[in-house]
Design a protein around this ligand. Structure first.
Ligand code: GYE
Length: 334
């Protein structure tokens, strides 16, 4: 286990590219300057966070993870005195595209975007690019051009779930996979990381894989149906997030199966309810995925405003929660 912990700490990967602060949102060329020349703004004309308006397009605001993320971004904007325009797409990709268009129409200087789907948000990135508004993508990836992407390493998360489950089950398990929102970069990567890892174990098989949209209620419903079909064949559950795992645990208990004994359940995020479930012995482990993007998002904007180069991709540092350390972190969890 010790050895495992040492390789579990991901490092912050930074891929640096050049970046310059955007011009003021005016079509007039600054007096006395060549239009084609990028000039470093002087200290006097340099805008700060307090001079700008930032749009934040959230994809939905259900469940502890997303609420923690929303609070992190809004709280940090308040703390730093930034004018923030917030939109909630309510789990609707088309609405999120139009939310971003509304933010552009309102003249925001930057957009923080938590995209629902990878392909589905491409038109929003296209519109922001046309309008010359830099986008900070947080928590998931979307197709297109953006200033910076800040995410966890989802493939690594899936791999860790596979490694831990193999250790716990001695490399023998009939697994139900509850996957996240179809078409999201995170669901694709968490599935691939896990599948690639368990390939090494001939007696570990995914016997059913279905989306439960990252939701607790869906997780419970989907699991109930799978239990009807597979019953006692199920020996493990890999859920792409804690909410679905908690729903699945409820379904298992209702069907008279004992999570933690008959069925080993593993998931991702590290929310408070998951840590409680680990302590009570029902959830086996949760791989952390931090929802706290506020400070990093505004740091990036601040640096970009100052004309500094910013990283194209920033990978969050995540941990692993098991019975060995859940007590230590449960009180501070969200
Ligand atoms: O794991 C989940 C949320 O995109 C990383 O989405 C995020 C995931 C997170 O709904 O709980």
């Amino acid at each position: 286990m010790k050895k495992l912990f040492s390789i579990l700490m991901t490092t912050v990967l930074v891929f640096t590219i050049g970046g310059c602060a955007p011009r003021e949102n005016t079509n007039q060329a600054p007096q006395g300057t060549d239009n084609n020349q990028t000039e470093e703004p002087t200290a006097q004309e340099q805008r700060t966070l307090q001079d700008i308006k930032v749009g934040f397009s959230q994809m939905e605001n259900n469940g502890p993870w997303r609420i923690a993320e929303t609070n992190s971004v809004r709280g940090e904007a308040d703390k730093r005195g930034v004018q923030l325009v917030y939109t909630d797409a309510q789990s609707d990709t088309a609405k999120q595209v139009s939310d971003v268009e509304d933010l552009i129409a309102q003249g925001v200087d930057y957009i923080i975007l938590a995209p629902r789907e990878y392909e589905g948000l491409a038109p929003a990135l296209e519109s922001a690019k046309e309008a010359g508004i830099p986008v900070i993508l947080i928590d998931r990836e979307a197709k297109g051009d953006y200033l910076t992407l800040v995410v966890s390493d989802f493939i690594w998360e899936g791999q860790q779930a596979g490694v831990l489950l193999a250790e716990k089950t001695g490399g023998k398990a009939n697994i139900v996979e509850l996957s996240g929102t179809a078409g999201s970069s995170v669901a694709i990567d968490r599935a691939n990381g896990f599948a690639d890892t368990i390939k090494e174990y001939p007696d570990m098989k995914i016997i059913s894989s279905q989306s439960a949209d990252f939701s607790r209620a869906e997780g419970q419903k989907v699991m109930e149906n799978i239990i009807q079909a597979k019953g006692k064949d199920i020996t493990a559950v890999y859920a792409h997030n804690d909410e679905m795992a908690i729903g699945a645990i409820q379904a298992l208990k209702a069907a008279g199966m004992e999570p933690g004994k008959d069925v080993i359940v593993i998931s991702i995020d590290g929310q408070k309810d998951a840590l409680k479930s680990i302590i009570s012995g029902e959830l086996f482990a949760s791989i952390e995925c931090s929802p706290f993007f506020g400070p990093i998002a505004f740091d990036i904007i601040e640096r970009h405003l100052a004309g500094e180069a910013v990283e194209k991709k920033i990978i969050n540092l995540d941990r692993i929660f098991t019975a060995e350390n859940a007590e230590e972190f449960v009180d501070t969890a969200y």
